[in-house]
Design a protein around this ligand. Structure first.
Ligand SMILES: Cc1cc2nc3c(=O)[nH]c(=O)nc-3n(C[C@H](O)[C@H](O)[C@H](O)COP(=O)(O)OP(=O)(O)OC[C@H]3O[C@@H](n4cnc5c(N)ncnc54)[C@H](O)[C@@H]3O)c2cc1C
Length: 442
């Protein structure tokens, strides 16, 4: 088939490489021309590109299965696979420590090197339609003919806006964040970690997450309710650094004697969860011959680092369905829609419930024992009832969907009904942090 792909982000690149390796003729179009000659990659169309990214095991497994050259290049660039030891003594890949830039540079080089992939720099203005079917792409006044069009244009892509269905799940997260990248100085060891993927502190009214990347590089993310305007000043370096000094654990990582900032403080854009099906409510495909994939289908709050994994799992499934359905792209669209409904939508809904619960707790409200119990609270309850822990591992590693927690949700609810609550981590509450911010900016 001739396949036209809108967007050369992780999803579009992975699919381009995987489809070309199957013998399909792929044209992948992106307005971003890639890293500059000096290796720097501003990537203006993807606001989160230089923000913290965590990569869960299924990302790596998907690359090894479909585009092993990308996994090899990622390793050469310094990616650090990290393992956990299971109770039976075996080791399981948990995460790959890497910046997004390092990951995507490796993936891009491997995918675009595949014979059969044609990279076309440009802006996709619309999908060409013939006889009610997708027939290709309109790119800056030229056309690209295609038997199958894939919309891998990410969370804010507009090229298919005229035909695609409205989201059916999700909403605004109500969470705002700022982010800064650092690197440990030579000889300085890492600070504390909560798990192999991150260090996290849940404080009264806000959250801090630190993601280690490759070669001692790490990102610090400060998350707050969008409504807490008093913490807006965190976007200024002086206030961000003062906050780093004030939070125990974070002060160890960011001690100027031990690490140095690599970037400015990067304010985040609007965060939302969304799930978009391939079909309208009456069951019709958005446009026969067009398939949405990756962030175009679903986005989740980034604090759990699930977006790329969810995108590559989708892309991997789409490749399997292309193998199964061949040129019957209508059957492909419906089969992929059914898979996304079962495997992507639950993650989006899971995050919407967690965000709602987090915002409530940040407002000082108690756990709502009558509503759905958010999955992060189910995980926390494993500290009290170890029987919950067995379900948590596959959920946390994204080896199973949120439904794997269903059998233990009532046990977790019983833990909260007993009066137990997870304690806040040590450090200033939101009002005290606001005073730290104000003090740093006067
Ligand atoms: C703040 C933040 C932090 C995140 N942290 C994590 C994390 O820790 N771990 C994780 O796994 N995920 C994380 N994510 C999610 C992750 O960034 C996304 O899941 C991922 O970018 C999805 O890849 P994609 O290829 O589908 O879309 P994108 O990466 O958005 O790529 C889309 C591409 O399409 C191109 N494009 C769009 N429209 C057009 C057009 N009309 N013509 C030509 N080109 C076009 C864009 O230039 C872009 O290159 C985070 C997201 C945010 C917002």
């Amino acid at each position: 088939m001739r396949v036209g792909i809108i967007g050369a982000g992780p999803t579009g690149l992975f699919l381009a490489g995987g489809l070309a390796r199957r013998g399909h003729a792929v044209t992948v179009v992106d307005r971003d021309t890639g890293p500059g000659a000096d290796g720097r990659w501003p990537r203006r169309g993807v606001m989160q590109f230089h923000h913290a990214h965590a990569f869960r095991a299924p990302c790596r497994t998907a690359l090894e299965a479909e585009l092993p050259g990308a996994a090899a290049r990622w390793d050469e660039a310094g990616a650090e696979p990290t393992f956990v030891t299971l109770p039976d003594g075996s080791r399981r890949l948990m995460t790959v420590l890497s910046r997004r830039e390092t990951f995507e540079t490796a993936l891009r080089a491997a995918a675009l090197a595949e014979p059969g992939v044609d990279f076309r720099p440009g802006h996709v203005d619309a999908v060409l339609v013939e006889d009610g079917r997708a027939a290709g792409l309109a790119v800056d006044g030229t056309t690209v003919a295609a038997d199958l069009v894939l919309d891998a244009a990410g969370r804010s892509g507009r090229a298919t806006a005229a035909v695609r269905p409205a989201p059916t799940a999700g909403g605004d997260c109500g969470i705002a964040y700022v982010d800064r990248q650092y690197q440990l100085r030579p000889g300085a060891g890492p600070g504390p970690l909560t798990n192999p993927m991150a260090w996290q502190a849940d404080l009264d009214g806000y959250q801090v997450i630190l993601f280690p990347h490759e070669r001692g590089i790490f990102s610090v993310v400060l998350l707050r309710p969008t409504a807490t305007r008093a913490l807006l000043g965190l976007r200024h370096a002086a206030a961000f650094e003062a906050a780093c000094r004030a939070v125990p654990g974070l002060d160890t990582w960011t001690d100027p004697e031990r690490s140095r900032p690599l970037t400015d403080v990067l304010p985040g854009g609007r965060l939302f969860n969304h799930y978009r099906p391939q079909t309208h409510p009456d069951g019709r495909l958005a446009l026969p011959g067009l398939v949405l994939v990756g962030d175009a289908v679903g986005t989740t709050t980034p604090n759990f680092g699930r977006g790329v994994t969810l995108s590559l799992l989708q892309a991997q499934q789409l490749l399997a369905l292309v193998d199964e359905h061949g040129r019957d792209v209508d059957a492909l669209g419906h089969a992929f829609d059914a898979w996304c409904d079962a495997r992507v939508r639950p993650w989006v809904e899971d995050h919407a419930v967690m965000d709602d619960g987090l915002r409530r707790r940040w407002r000082g409200e108690d756990v709502d024992l009558d509503g759905p119990l958010p999955s992060d609270l189910v995980m926390a309850a494993a500290a009290v009832d170890p029987a919950i822990g067995a379900a948590v591992g596959p959920y946390a590693a994204m080896l199973a969907g949120p439904e794997v927690l269903d059998p233990v949700r009532e046990r977790a609810r019983a833990v909260y009904a007993s009066g137990w609550r997870p304690a806040f981590d040590e450090g200033p509450d939101a009002a005290e942090l606001a005073a730290v911010v104000a003090g740093a900016l006067t």
